[in-house]
Design a protein around this ligand. Structure first.
Ligand SMILES: Cc1cc2nc3c(=O)[nH]c(=O)nc-3n(C[C@H](O)[C@H](O)[C@H](O)COP(=O)(O)OP(=O)(O)OC[C@H]3O[C@@H](n4cnc5c(N)ncnc54)[C@H](O)[C@@H]3O)c2cc1C
Length: 502
């Protein structure tokens, strides 16, 4: 009897879990190996001091009926169980630059999006329309994003436009140009690098519809785990893969740190490609390939302060806020001088009682280099470790600066807060295994779009990649990547038909 799993999946982030659910649904016997005690990776949420905090999913786009993520989540049986709240239709994101009293909303649906921004920029209505048209036209060229089987060549000439230049070409009002790039933190955009298609695919999904997971994004991981187990799959927690054994050019099994072995016919890695290659340690990967992949720059990290408010202290708003003290920080927020930090934040609120917020996550960019003194430390829930008093002091100093910064826009902000704690790029590095705690994995560069193109197939014919480094990060991007990966086993036409008809 063949006691191998059909598919061994390394990592239980959204990518790994969704592959497990799709393949399980199609009769494959799946094992998912997760290094942490909890599954989910960036989907994880946790409760602290009475607040529920998301680690990496504050809001999701494309979940209304008929939209791409709705179809994918329906196919795996998730959609009817999700507890979602739609963000404000007339402004799911509000951009503030310089003065918080200047609010520029991004509305849901293209008509309303144009309408709301044209109220502040009536002279630019045609420009805003052409910006929307550009976004839609780019999105229409990415077949899988629209659940259509297509060719890589369909989108190839969409890959080499720069986000900032393209936005600037649509409108001429300098403030509106900044406003249109205002939720840059969603993709950690860099002025001279980020391609327009990244901006377009992400913005489009939220303009279509924008949702908050009530009670946290962890529900997605829990539900996917249930789907996998109901289909006969097994999830192994605290199973950190330390090696992928390759024999005769094929992967045969993986070893975990605690010396367990999992044999499989196929293997899928939801890890960063650099980590996957390091785990495989094989000369099947050519040196030039390893060198190229290892040389990729990753998106920056973030400092996150999670606060719980006193009762009836901070008014709840059913939208996210992106604030920049100066317009230049929209595109160069990561190039801060440490003594001038922070210069921006993204604020995500959760609802409390009587129109007030219970808690908030406040996120701003942080370079990994600031955390380098503690690079040798490690700390997660399943492998606790102390980073030292100096690290705690570093975090406290950053929290204090962020409180002061928030206090400039919301006088007395700190006094409204009952409890808080902070996360740094080190938290993310240790929790998800992402190099240097990068927010969204590989940074794409419009000048060399094919250099950072990562296919699902690898040189090892039965080892595939999935997750945020394939095409696009985010819940929608990773879900589309899972389809790409599963399509390698099931056939793209078959899988897309199944999803469209489900
Ligand atoms: C701060 C932050 C905010 C975000 N906000 C949003 C948002 O609002 N909306 C949105 O759509 N997206 C958001 N994202 C992006 C989104 O969360 C991610 O792109 C997506 O969840 C990544 O999924 P993944 O499957 O690629 O990998 P991950 O979530 O990184 O999962 C990888 C998994 O592999 C496990 N692992 C690592 N190494 C090993 C090993 N050796 N053995 C076994 N397991 C291992 C990890 O523990 C982890 O569980 C955010 C991300 C961050 C960091």
């Amino acid at each position: 009897m063949d006691d191998r799993y059909d598919v061994v999946i390394i990592g239980s982030g959204l990518g790994g879990l969704l592959c497990g659910a799709i393949l399980g649904k199609n009769g494959y016997r799946v094992a998912v190996l997760e290094k942490n005690a909890q599954i989910g990776g960036c989907l994880q949420s946790y409760t602290r001091d009475g607040g529920v905090f998301d680690t990496g999913v504050h809001y999701i786009g494309g979940l209304a009926e008929g939209q791409t993520l709705h179809k994918i989540f329906s196919y795996v049986g998730l959609m009817q169980h999700l507890k979602l709240k739609r963000l404000d239709r007339d402004g799911f994101d509000v951009i503030q630059i310089g003065d918080v009293r200047n609010e520029f909303p991004y509305a849901q649906s293209y008509e309303l999006f144009v309408e709301m921004l044209a109220r502040s920029f009536p002279h630019e209505r045609a420009g805003i329309e052409s910006y929307c048209e550009k976004i839609r036209s780019v999105c229409s060229r990415f077949p899988l994003y629209n659940l259509i089987n297509g060719d890589f060549m369909d989108k190839v000439d969409m890959l080499d436009s720069n986000a900032r230049e393209t936005i600037d070409s649509c409108v001429s009002d300098p403030l509106l140009r900044d406003v249109l790039a205002g939720n840059n933190c969603l993709y950690a955009g860099v002025a001279g690098k980020t391609p327009f298609y990244i901006h377009a695919l992400i913005l489009n999904s939220y303009i279509e519809s924008a949702w908050h997971c009530e009670g946290g994004g962890m529900q997605i991981a829990t539900l996917l785990g249930e789907v996998i187990e109901a289909a006969g799959g097994t999830i192994f927690r605290r199973a950190e893969v330390s090696k992928i054994i390759v024999a005769n050019g094929e992967a045969s099994r993986v070893l975990t740190k605690d010396n367990r072995e999992f044999a499989g016919k196929w293997f899928i890695s939801d890890l960063h490609p650099v980590i996957t290659i390091a785990l495989a340690q094989t000369d099947v990967f050519r040196k030039a390939y390893i060198h190229r992949i290892s040389g990729f720059e990753n998106t920056c990290g973030a400092f996150i302060m999670n606060v719980v408010f006193h009762e009836s202290a901070f008014p709840f708003r059913n939208h996210n806020i992106y604030y920049y003290s100066k317009p230049e920080h929209i595109w160069n927020g990561i190039d801060y001088e440490p003594d001038q930090w922070p210069n921006h934040y993204a604020l995500f609120l959760t609802e409390g009682k009587d129109g007030f917020a219970r808690s908030a996550s406040i996120m701003c960019y942080m370079r990994y280099s600031e955390c380098r003194p503690w690079a040798e430390t490690f700390n997660t829930g399943s492998r606790p470790g102390a980073r030292g008093d100096d690290y705690e002091a570093f975090k406290e100093e950053k929290a204090s600066k962020l409180f002061d910064f928030l206090g400039q826009q919301y006088p007395g902000f700190r006094a409204l807060v009952k409890a808080y704690h902070t996360l740094t790029p080190l938290t993310y590095r240790d929790h998800t295994g992402t190099p240097e705690g990068s927010l969204y994995g590989i940074l794409r560069d419009y000048r060399e779009p094919l250099r950072t193109f990562i296919p699902a197939r690898t040189k090892i014919p039965n080892l595939f990649l999935t997750g945020q480094n394939l095409n696009l990060h985010g819940v929608l991007g990773v879900s589309v990547s899972a389809i790409v990966t599963c399509g390698e086993l099931l056939g793209n036409d078959f899988l897309l038909d199944e999803i469209r008809n489900s």
